[in-house]
Design a protein around this ligand. Structure first.
Ligand code: SF4
Length: 605
């Protein structure tokens, strides 16, 4: 939609709002002659593509308080263009108390479509301080007459007038939504030379909004309107030669691209709304998929919004052009409403380890791109195993049961889509009290100690296999859903041919004579990790062959002896299956709207 503006500066207006100088705002000095109106329309018709819908708008005064004859002349000047289908309709701006059935009918009969009410604020105190003669309780009546006449309603609000606060501005927007307007304009108050506001400012009795506050308020108010189904068609004053000329603006948040700045702020909040305000330890990057032309808009003025988001989340914001990279998003980029912007979080996989695991192994995991988290040492467990993840945490599918001391780790896992249940405390290092979490999940089976285990694990929906061994997970390398390696004869016998039995021993566990093979390992995707080298185990070759036969790779994290670190537990971020269809975001001008469809998708390392 293209608007052809015709300015009627201050015409018809009997009031004197303290901020108003329509001559300076519009850049027009006098009322336009009929000839001028026609020539403005003709000039615009030459430059606007024929397919584009066009409306002529009378702005800058109180149209409906003009004498009837003048109203008719102005409307009559435009009407032939409507009849010949060269323009679609007319819109006007007027004061809420200047709306009557008579003038609405006149306007409608001569091609009128939309009436914009200059509301500015619905707070009585703000209106009074701004010398704005308007009863906020009467606005509903004006809206009703407009709608009853078959016309569309538009509203204009001004932010930061004397006595205004963000709360009052939000309240105004919320009340206006109830009137169901079609469009809204948001203007931050600017101090113009020659106005009463200008005098107050000079005397130090009025402080305009700072640029940052004005952006913030505008973004918030805009969001409220849009969530209420109101299309925001303008934020900030339209730059005119007069406004830009030196000395016209005494103070206030004026910027030729103010609307773009407010929109970018709005986008910042929408992104935060989707991702949550938190830094997440294993977040690697935030990818924004959009058309190239959107990059600078989303980045904000001089990259301000992008920098803010990077500081807020501690990860880079990476822009990807939809033109070039269709995968991994795949689905629709364009919608009926405009351009689609998608936001994808990239998360590192998590490796949970004993803090005493060999340094070289830790470094290697980090180099491989894992988010490595160390578990706290548990004071009730025996020294050699007090940092073993498998003695304090068990997971099966999305469910994680954790010892209360693992709360921080559980929080991280929750943030990655896991359902974490706080389990029982480990009360003593005496066997079997120390092994209540030491249970192994292999595919749909859970191999467990025949005696007591943690009560939340016991009630999981799975096929349980009971064994005599208490240190179950420590004793098992889970190769895949079918294959295991163990040095425990009882476990081998129960699992059958898909279990490789190796000799016990040859595994370091300071404080004990030997450790277990399961504790020296961890499985993730197509890899089986070992804390040391298989060359240092008498059955190392056998294990390698067994693993490789299943199609998995062996990763030796250090060159030393295998070290029982209580299993490396790996977790991937669980993809969020939600799709966010947010409200439209208009960009730069009301002719270009954007529907933001955000899909949170976690890309794994
Ligand atoms: S009613 Fe409108 S035109 Fe009249 S003084 Fe107030 S802002 Fe200016």
């Amino acid at each position: 939609m293209k608007i052809i503006p015709i300015f009627i500066p201050h015409a018809g207006c009997p009031y004197r709002c303290i901020y108003c100088d329509q001559h300076k705002i519009s850049g027009a000095l006098n009322l336009p002659a009929i000839k001028e109106i026609k020539s403005v329309i003709n000039r615009n018709l030459k430059t606007i593509p024929r397919k584009e819908r066009m409306e002529v708008a009378f702005f800058g005064g109180t149209f409906t308080l003009l004498p009837d004859t003048l109203q008719k002349e102005y409307l009559g000047a435009v009407y032939p263009y409507i009849k010949n289908k060269k323009t679609a309709a007319i819109r006007i701006s007027t004061h809420p108390e200047a709306v009557s059935k008579h003038n609405m009918n006149l306007f409608k009969s001569m091609g009128g479509r939309l009436v914009e009410l200059g509301v500015q604020s619905l707070d009585k105190g703000v209106l009074k301080k701004s010398n704005r003669v308007m009863d906020p309780d009467e606005i509903g009546k004006a809206a009703w007459i407009i709608k009853k006449s078959g016309l569309d309603l538009g509203v204009q609000v001004m932010l930061g007038l004397p006595g205004d606060t963000l709360e009052k501005a939000i309240k105004t927007a919320e009340k206006l939504i109830e009137l169901k307007p079609k469009t809204a304009r948001i203007y931050p108050a600017i101090v113009l030379k020659g106005t009463t506001l200008g005098e107050l400012f000079k005397k130090g009795r009025y402080e305009p909004l700072s640029m940052q506050d004005a952006i913030e308020w505008s973004a918030r108010v805009c969001d409220i309107f849009e969530k209420g189904g109101v299309k925001v068609i303008r934020i900030g004053l339209h730059p005119s030669q007069d406004l830009n000329s030196k000395g016209t603006i005494l103070a206030g948040p004026y910027h030729p691209n103010f609307g773009g700045m407010a929109r970018a702020r709005q986008m910042r909040y929408r992104i935060i709304n989707i991702l949550g305000p938190k830094k997440i330890l294993n977040r690697r990057a935030i990818k924004i998929y959009a058309y190239k032309s959107m990059f600078s808009f989303i980045s904000g003025h001089k990259g301000e919004e992008k920098r803010y988001l990077e500081r807020c989340y501690g990860v880079p914001i990476l822009f990807h052009s939809l033109n070039h990279l269709r995968s991994p998003i795949g689905d629709r980029f364009r919608s009926a409403n405009g351009v689609v912007v998608k936001i994808i979080e990239v998360r590192k996989s998590i490796a949970i380890i004993d803090p005493r695991m060999p340094h070289q192994a830790k470094i290697r995991l980090k180099q491989m791109g894992y988010c490595v988290r160390e578990v706290p040492l548990h004071p009730k467990l025996a020294g050699p195993v007090k940092g073993h993840p498998d003695t304090m945490l068990f997971y099966h599918g999305k469910k994680v049961i954790y010892e209360p001391r693992m709360e921080k780790i559980a929080e991280l896992l929750r943030n990655n889509g896991y359902e974490c249940i706080k389990g029982e405390s480990i009360k003593s290092k005496e066997y079997p009290n120390d092994i209540i979490y030491d249970v192994a999940a292999v595919g749909k089976f859970i191999i467990r100690y025949n005696g007591r285990i943690e009560k939340n694990i016991e009630i999981l929906k799975a096929k349980f296999i009971g064994v005599k061994q208490g240190y179950v997970k420590c004793s098992i390398v889970v190769v895949d859903d079918k294959h295991i390696i163990t040095s425990d004869k009882g476990i081998k016998d129960i699992w059958g041919k898909n279990a490789l039995l190796i000799r016990p021993g040859s595994i370091k566990l300071p404080g004990y004579k030997t450790g277990f093979i399961g504790g020296a390992s961890g499985s993730h995707k197509d890899k089986v990790f070992f804390t040391g080298s298989l060359k240092n185990h008498p059955d190392g070759r056998l294990m390698r062959e067994f693993i490789e036969k299943t199609g998995k790779k062996v990763v030796e994290l250090s060159a030393g002896k295998l070290y029982d670190a209580g299993t490396i537990l790996f977790f991937d971020a669980i993809p969020a299956r939600r799709s966010y269809h947010l409200h439209r975001v208009g960009v730069r001008s009301y002719t270009y709207a954007v529907e933001v469809v955000n899909t949170l998708r976690f890309l794994r390392v």
